[in-house]
Design a protein around this ligand. Structure first.
Ligand SMILES: *[C@@H]1O[C@H](CO)[C@@H](O)[C@H](O)[C@H]1NC(C)=O
Ligand SMILES: *[C@@H]1O[C@H](CO)[C@@H](O)[C@H](O)[C@H]1NC(C)=O
Length: 341
């Protein structure tokens, strides 16, 4: 017998008085926070080059929004899309409340018959923010994703829901996390879509992003209690660097984004830079999707560097790549001709 989702909601709001209550968002969706236990081998970031030697095991409260499909399609009914956002974005990245009919991937997926699990990274959104931000690294994040997927397949993450096919969909930093899942647990995902990401980047160190500062100094009202290792972007000028040149995006989106920016840890960025390694044993299909104006991951004109991606997945069933001029993630305006060429 399965408890209903709303029975579970009641259970958690009674049982976790010290945490923000779980709440239904809109029809067909629930916003949950559950303790997830995971073990990983993090990087020792104090040595050069950093080495993957720091064993960590812990239980962390993870936030995720589960949405049922709004349209039934029997061939997609047992498929779950697991979504995770990039640095300084939270669950709003894949389910934007601003003009959602245009910008919410989750709504589009629901209307196409797919269930979605929209996960906030550890240290981000309403997931737990560990006191020590050094542990919030890509290997631990990827181990938590593996556990979430295992629980979703077993029917214990969202009671009454079992999924046979699970596809990971990442954005930027989270695409690096999914790449780590494909490396460390190659059988966990059936397929992946990696956006805002490529193994060959512009070569600039990701650990130091200009305009990123301790979030407690940028937004003390929201982030005042956090250690300095939790960062966010300082202002809208810095934020606009994630977009293409003026005229290629709606400035109201940038305003919304600036008003809802979230966190990333120094250790996440540092471990993201290190971990761009092949996933030699992943056997599912891979789709790599970038915006032409992606400053970090499209160093080649028209993002031609994506054509190198198949080499990183030698056993994948297929590797497809797409670069879209309509995804605008960063390109200095002085480089417009380069970006547009
Ligand atoms: C249902 O799913 C199948 C397989 O993914 C797809 O080809 C088909 O177009 C879908 N039907 C509708 C009505 O969306
Ligand atoms: C944003 O911060 C940068 C320094 O990181 C500064 O040069 C710029 O003038 C600031 N812009 C605004 C709009 O405050």
């Amino acid at each position: 017998m399965h408890r209903s989702l709303f029975g579970v909601l009641a259970l958690f709001s009674l049982g976790s008085a010290s945490h923000p209550a779980v709440r239904p968002t809109r029809a067909g969706c629930v916003d949950l926070r559950l303790p997830i236990r995971a073990s990983a081998t993090n990087f020792d970031l104090d040595v050069t080059p950093a080495r993957r030697t720091e064993r960590i095991t812990g239980t962390f409260l993870m936030q995720f929004v589960f949405c049922e499909p709004t349209v039934r399609n029997s061939s997609r009914a047992d498929t779950l899309l697991v979504l995770s956002p990039g640095s300084t974005y939270n669950t709003m990245y894949w389910d934007m409340p601003f003009q959602p009919e245009t910008y919410s991937f989750v709504r589009r997926a629901s209307a196409s018959g797919f269930a979605t699990l929209n996960v906030a990274r550890l240290g981000d959104g309403k997931s737990e923010h560990p006191a020590d931000p050094e542990i919030v690294q890509l290997p631990l994040q990827s181990a938590l994703l593996v556990e979430l997927v295992r629980l979703a397949r077993a029917g214990t993450l969202v009671p009454g829901k079992r999924f046979r096919t699970v596809v990971g969909i990442g954005h930027s930093l989270s695409s690096g996390m999914f790449n780590d899942v494909m490396l460390t647990a190659p059988d966990v995902l059936d397929g992946v879509v990696l956006s805002g990401y490529a193994h060959v980047s512009n070569g600039q160190p990701l650990a130091v992003i200009p305009g990123f500062f301790p979030a407690r100094t940028i937004l003390p009202a929201r982030f005042g209690g956090l250690a300095d290792g939790y960062l966010t972007s300082d202002n809208i000028t810095t934020r606009s660097g994630f977009y293409g040149p003026a005229g290629t995006f709606d400035p109201a989106v940038l305003q919304f984004d600036e008003g809802h920016k979230d966190l990333v840890t120094v250790a996440e960025l540092a471990s993201f830079g290190i971990d761009e390694v092949p996933a030699p044993d992943f056997k599912g299909p891979v789709l790599a999707v970038n915006g032409n104006f992606d400053r970090s991951f499209c160093p080649a004109p028209l993002c031609a560097n994506l054509l190198n991606e198949p080499a990183f997945y030698p056993k994948a069933k297929s590797v497809e790549t797409s670069a879209y001029a309509t995804i605008y993630f960063g390109c200095p305006s002085t480089d417009y001709n380069y970006c547009a060429s």
